[in-house]
Design a protein around this ligand. Sequence first.
Ligand code: SF4
Length: 361
Amino acid sequence: MKITGKKKKKIMVGDVAIGADSEISIQSMTNTLTHNIDATVKQIVKLTKAGAEIVRVAVPTRKDTSALKEIIKQVSVPIVADVHFHFDRAMEAIEAGADKLRLNPGNLRDRRKLKRVISAARSCNIPIRIGINAGSIRTANELKRKISREQLLKLIFKELDEYVSFFEKNRFENLVLSAKSPSVTETIDIYRELNRRYEYPLHLGLTHAGTISTGAIRSASAMSILLAEGIGDTIRVSLSGDPVEEVYVGREILSALGLRKFSVPELICCPTCGRCEVDLPKLAARIEARLRKVHKPIKVAIMGCIVNGPGEAADADIALIAGKECGFIYIDGKRVERIKPQQFLDTLMRYIRNYQKKNDR
Ligand code: SF4
């Protein structure tokens, strides 16, 4: 399903389209030291396998931009160089073959230098994301704490309008925009206004969303509302932790909203109750880890008791009803095997592999 919001310009990041009728893409960002080429490439490959379609890397030093060329050579996803405010890094990243730049022009004060970055990006036909954060607008921090949300939004848009017109005056419209905040409600207000004002595609996300659990909830709360209104062309769930989790959360948000269908399993687990006699959360975590290596749209259910489990798992392709002494495998709602607890994991995975094979034929 494509929820239609305001139509945006189409921007290409390498071979991935953002905006217009393109699918909403999933982005993530590495947290390795970029100049550690092996570690960075390894993480990008992991992110790509998890489903990241665009990956951003920070390039704070010359060592990082020097590593960029080799990194780009070794990976298959488009790479965004986060230069934030550094002129030299921006020029070096373009030279190294970055597929997109992310910069905060507010921090690149010298407009002559900004013009040179724009001109270099235009020559290489690479887009630039103007990414400002509520925390980085040019106002004293004490004042920011005192002003109302309406006033803060006015400041954000005053600043963004200035940047966008500067780029446009310099004949550059290959833009993606973002204006992030750590607050869910502020993010919703900001992005609704971004959507109303600009035809450039929007990179959706919260800044500093939080740890894996709180960050996932905050990101899903803000993004779901906006995406359901058709706002947002590419997403990044910012989490403190392994960035691969960002990709899984992003994917879950898009599939839960019916915006994208991924060739990955869907895992359903019962919440457990007084009837459950096994450590279901532990079992589910182990199964989830195994399922991350499966690339088929298969619905798997793990239930904690025979009383309600089979009924609640009725629409799953494969279900494991786990009990203390034994468990049962169900395929398409029919019981097919009784198994011992020590067989739960391997037997379930065997059925999943066979189910895949059968459906591939
Ligand atoms: S499936 Fe059984 S154990 Fe799980 S929540 Fe339902 S009744 Fe409780």
